[in-house]
Design a protein around this ligand. Structure first.
Ligand code: HEC
Length: 115
């Protein structure tokens, strides 16, 4: 019974979380980014960014700072980048910070849905 309740709560809670992420994305990220194949007006495409190589969107001219980073984007490095992009990649050209941990988690959950 308790397990059923937890599963039901998770099913209700998770889509709400992803929706918050979409709203945050539209308010704070969409001015520069896109979630289609094409780059956004001022930043790389974020379609499929989770699991993609850092600075890996084809055809986008990244800063030397971000290109110097190795690895793929996942929960931990996205959280660190969104907390303070200049601290994550000195010399990078994104300056938007997301101060609240809950907002960063919701944005990352949303980015996982834009494949
Ligand atoms: C004012 C424009 C602007 C806004 C707003 C913005 N970004 Fe960016 N973003 C950039 C630029 C420019 C880059 C490329 C950075 C570089 O090359 O150093 C970037 C890079 C990124 C990357 C790395 C992508 C890759 O392919 O490696 C992620 C992830 C990202 N932004 C997420 C976000 C999120 C999430 C938001 C909203 C909270 C956001 N950005 C808001 C301009 C912006």
């Amino acid at each position: 019974m308790r397990l059923v309740l937890i599963a039901a709560l998770a099913a209700v809670a998770f889509p709400a979380f992803a929706q918050d992420g979409a709203a945050l994305y539209n308010a704070q990220c969409k001015a520069c980014h896109s979630v289609t194949e094409a780059s956004g007006p001022a930043g790389p495409s974020l379609k499929g960014v989770v699991g993609r190589k850092i600075a890996g969107a084809p055809g986008y001219a990244y800063s030397a700072g971000l290109k110097a980073k190795t690895g793929v984007w996942g929960d931990a490095n996205l959280d660190s980048f969104l907390t303070n992009p200049a601290g994550f990649a000195p010399g990078g050209k994104m300056f938007v910070k997301v101060a609240k941990p809950g907002d960063r988690a919701a944005l990352i959950a949303y980015l996982k849905t834009v494949k």
